[in-house]
Design a protein around this ligand. Structure first.
Ligand code: CDP
Length: 230
């Protein structure tokens, strides 16, 4: 793949924890594209809600969330150490904190709030203006970039996904149970697929990638071969 290949938008949607960000990051690196993890933006808003007690015991205070929306500033900044864009919330790098299980357990209801989606979708569309972007999420091919040149819908068996997320969190030193993670993945998929606002669904023109039995390298090659067809 060459860098003079005309720049396109690559939209990667799919189920929770199936490695969308991992492959999106690798593809972006290969193509010299910008990678945007849209889920990180929903996670940052959720972290804000948890810190400010807008969510307590899993219950969202909707009026307070809407009232505070214009105080929530999320953006990405390049981290030269990791060579990736980290997510920042109101002037603080929260890249690590947003991955905590407590955030995962509260993010889907926050992501179902229309006003939150409108705010973040507008930011995401702005980021895609000059193309050359790989964005992963739940509604990228359906709502954010319905005209994306390449749309991929990723999925994998829930046990494989839970094992991968368990390994990722335990490697970071978080003490989590496999069962709790598996339950969270299934619950988030259910929530994401059945919500009213931009539910998770495969765009009609998306290609399915089930990576249950694929290595990272195999899936990277698969995605790059799809890009080459453009
Ligand atoms: O990494 P993982 O697949 O577990 O999740 P994520 O991409 O970080 O997204 C976290 C949550 O944000 C999802 O479960 C969705 O509820 C929500 N989300 C969304 O609604 N729309 C997006 N474009 C991205 C994420």
């Amino acid at each position: 793949m060459t860098e003079n290949h005309h720049k396109i938008i690559i939209a990667i949607d799919g189920h929770s924890s199936c490695g969308k960000s991992t492959v999106a990051k690798e593809v972006a690196k290969k193509l010299n594209y910008i990678f945007i993890d849209s889920g990180a933006m929903y996670r940052a808003v959720t972290l804000y809600c948890l810190r400010n007690k807008i969510i307590e015991n899993g219950i969202i205070n909707f009026p307070r969330l809407e009232e505070d929306l214009d105080k929530i500033k999320v953006c990405f900044k390049f981290n030269p150490e990791s060579q990736h864009n980290d997510i920042w919330l109101n002037g603080e790098n929260v890249e690590n904190e947003i991955r905590l299980l407590e955030v995962s357990q509260n993010v889907s209801p926050v992501a179902a709030v229309g006003a939150v989606r409108h705010l973040l979708v507008a930011l995401q569309q702005e980021m895609g203006k000059s193309k050359g972007i790989v964005m992963d999420g739940r509604d990228i091919g359906t709502v954010v970039f319905p005209d994306a040149e390449l749309k991929i819908f990723m999925t994998a068996n829930p046990d494989v996904r839970a094992k991968r997320r368990f390994d990722e969190l335990t490697a970071k030193g978080e003490s989590v149970s496999y069962e709790e993670i598996r339950a969270n993945i299934i619950e988030r998929d259910r929530y994401d697929e059945t919500r009213e606002e931009s539910p998770l669904r495969k765009a009609d023109d998306a290609i399915v990638l089930d990576n249950s039995d694929m290595t990272r390298e195999e899936q990277l090659i698969w995605v790059l071969s799809q890009v080459a067809k453009n």
